[in-house]
Each structure stands twice: as structure tokens, then as C-alpha cells.
Write a protein of this length. Structure first.
Ligand code: SF4
Length: 379
């Protein structure tokens, strides 16, 4: 498929969109069957202090903000161990680019968590964090990735991709890593045997051409390296985003037909190369996530337990969906729930202590910001 073809799929509406959805659903069935996977995981957004000010981001705070926080290492490890004891197989560490934190701090965090909970898969440090951490530590990207891998890092989130077009990136977030820097980290990780996910944030300033080019870039990179485990479209959450307040030309997220077209097109373009297409319930909510299972999707992401980035942007869908709730949602859609690991190995676990927990049992962004002000001792 070329750029023009992909662009055309993205703009189909009405009966043509319905037909595309049918094709994507059939393609999904051929490629991955009727299983819908999910991972039991915990997010640890260990600091919201960030040296950057991406215009779409409502999570970051300056270090002098009353809401700025930095979790001490002990608390990060405690949260990871608690997740393991609740049945999680993964912790996902992602955070702001803290001026006092460098790549060797990331390595140390990996070592501490691996020592405390050796069975946990560590999915951590976006390309923006790897680039930042390497620069602050005086290392190249490959040197830092090598140290992280050797310390026990399991995989890297392919976030900070937004739209992989430097013109759009400059509008969204001046000073953000460039497309080439994102690709450098991803290719470097894949070359070192570290798998990554792939993402795209849509529904803001981008055009269908940008989305089409983004999908084709991911397709071509996957043909080259084979290192992507999944693709996750991330709907722009506008409510608290500074970008939306400042610019009248910014859309308040994508409309439902556009969202369906993005998922169905992603299945058609990427499915042969990246068979796992994930919908994020924290971005869309569980009802829309269930609907999107009919548009090429075969994965519901993770339980999360704590989530601050979309929550501060105004997503409003909570921080935790239990494994039992995810299974129920999948069965309601007539599909087969299957728990997986980060790397899409099937798990045999069916029940979790986490099933008895509720959203809010693990604190909130507000309580974290209150309890772990950035000036608190880190060790
Ligand atoms: S998106 Fe990431 S790098 Fe940008 S301001 Fe937010 S936390 Fe910082």
C-alpha cells in the first residue's frame, strides 16, 4: 500500500467505512483469531517534573510547582513489589524529564526493581526519556540502552511518537525529540534485542496524510527490524491540554468515525507486520474500547492500577480496570479473553488478587503529588 491508498482508507465514511471495518475485522480474524489479550500491569509515573513543555501535555510540572512530585526509589520499588504480589507480570515506568535524573538513575531503578521482584517484566523509558537520560549521563543512546538491557530492562514503550512528522512535532511540542531521534532509539533498541511497542497520537493538528505517512514509517521499520510487539493508536485527550486552550485550530480529539477509520486502517496496513493492535481504555473508556474490538483490535492493553498522564489531561476513565472486568468486557463482545505477558506470551492465570480491588485503592495523582513533593529525599 502506498501513501495515497492509506490516506484514502483513513477518509472513508458512511457505507465505505462500514465495508472497511468488515475487511479489518476479517483480516484480524485471519491474523490473530478471536482472542483478545490483556496484560496485568502497573504504571509508575515516578515524577511529573519535566524540563520540557510539550503543548499537548497536562501532566508535566515545573520543579517549583506545588503539584510537582518525585517518588523516592523506595516507593517506586514498593509499588513494583505490590504489583507483583497482586498478580501483575509487568510494571511500566514512564515519567517527566527531571533535570536531576539521568540515565544511570534509570539503570539503578531497573536494578532495584529486578532485585526486589525478579519475575516482573520491566517495560520502561520512552524514546524521549532514553534520549534525555543518555544526554544527561554523557552516554550515547546505544550505550544507555545497552546498560538498561544488561540491568534487566525487558522492553521500551514506543511512546513520544505522537505524529512522526517534524513539522507537526514542532507545532505540538517545540524541543521534543525529532522523528529521527525517535527512530534512533527504536532502531537502537531493536538492534540490541530490546522489543518496543509503537504508538501514534491523533485527533489534534494532524492531517490524514500525516497519519498515513506515520503508519507506513512504522511498517517499513518493522520490515527492517521486526522489533515492534504492538501498535497502539492514542486518541488526543484535549480537555486539560494547553494546546487546545491556546489554539482554535486544534481539534478536540477525533470523532468516532475517524477513530474507527484509524483502527481499521491500522489493521489493514500494519496487521501483516505488527499483528497486535491495541485499544487504550484509559483514552477511550471501556464502552468505546469494546466497540473498537470490531474494527481490527485484538488487545485491550493493561490494568494500569495507577495512571497519571491521561488522567491529568482530563481522560476521566479512571486508573484501574481489573482483570475480571477486562475479561467480562471481552466476553460481552463475543470474543475470547486471554491474559498475556508484555511480549504476547499466553498466561494461564485466570484469577488475581487484583480482581478484588477498586479504582482509588492505590491512591491518585492528587495524593501522589501531595505525598511526594519533588523536594522529598529520593533514597
Ligand atoms: S510529554 Fe513528556 S516530555 Fe513532554 S512535557 Fe509532558 S512529560 Fe515532559
Amino acid at each position: 500500500m502506498n501513501l495515497g491508498h492509506v490516506r484514502r482508507l483513513l477518509t472513508l465514511r458512511g457505507d465505505d467505512l462500514v465495508a472497511l471495518g468488515r475487511d479489518a475485522d476479517a483480516r484480524r480474524r485471519e491474523q490473530v483469531g478471536d482472542d483478545v489479550t490483556y496484560v496485568v500491569n502497573r504504571n509508575i509515573n515516578f515524577t511529573n517534573v519535566c524540563a520540557k513543555s510539550c503543548h499537548f501535555c497536562a501532566f508535566a510540572r515545573g520543579r517549583r510547582s506545588e503539584q510537582a512530585y518525585l517518588l523516592p526509589e523506595g516507593e517506586i520499588v514498593r509499588r513494583a513489589v505490590e504489583a507483583w504480589e497482586l498478580g501483575a507480570s509487568e510494571v511500566c515506568l514512564q515519567a517527566g524529564l527531571h533535570p536531576d535524573v539521568d540515565g544511570m538513575d534509570y539503570v539503578r531503578l531497573v536494578e532495584l526493581i529486578r532485585a526486589a521482584a525478579p519475575g516482573l517484566h520491566l517495560h520502561a523509558f520512552s524514546p524521549a526519556e532514553v534520549t534525555w537520560g543518555a544526554g544527561r549521563a554523557g552516554l550515547s543512546v546505544v550505550q544507555l540502552l545497552t546498560r538498561l538491557r544488561d540491568a534487566g530492562l525487558g522492553s521500551v514503550p514506543g511512546t513520544s511518537a505522537e505524529i512522526l512528522d517534524d513539522g507537526v512535532r514542532r507545532e505540538l511540542a517545540p524541543g521534543r525529540i525529532s522523528t529521527a531521534q525517535w527512530v534512533e532509539v527504536i532502531r537502537g533498541a531493536h538492534d540490541l534485542g530490546i522489543p518496543t511497542t509503537s504508538t501514534m497520537m491523533f485527533g489534534h493538528l494532524e492531517t490524514p496524510e500525516h497519519v498515513a505517512a506515520h503508519l507506513l514509517l512504522l511498517r517499513d521499520l518493522q520490515r527492517e527490524t521486526g522489533g515492534f510487539t504492538e501498535f497502539v493508536p492514542l486518541a488526543f485527550v484535549h480537555a486539560e491540554a494547553p494546546l487546545f486552550a491556546r489554539r482554535p485550530d486544534v481539534r478536540p480529539g477525533a470523532e468516532s468515525d475517524e477513530i474507527r477509520a484509524v483502527y481499521a486502517t491500522a489493521r489493514m496496513v500494519l496487521g501483516e507486520h505488527i499483528p497486535n493492535l491495541q485499544v487504550s481504555w484509559v483514552k477511550h473508556g471501556v464502552d468505546e474500547a469494546r466497540d473498537l474490538l470490531d474494527w481490527g483490535v485484538n488487545d485491550l492493553g493493561g490494568t494500569l492500577i495507577n495512571e497519571s498522564i491521561s488522567t491529568t489531561a482530563g481522560a476521566g476513565h479512571g486508573q484501574l480496570v481489573t482483570p475480571a472486568a477486562l475479561r467480562g468486557l471481552i466476553e460481552d463482545a463475543g470474543r475470547v479473553p486471554v491474559e498475556r505477558t508484555t511480549l504476547y506470551e499466553r498466561c494461564h492465570t485466570v484469577e488475581h488478587p487484583l480482581d478484588a480491588c477498586e479504582d482509588g485503592d492505590f491512591g491518585s495523582y492528587v495524593t501522589t503529588a501531595r505525598d511526594y513533593a519533588w523536594s522529598a529525599p529520593r533514597r
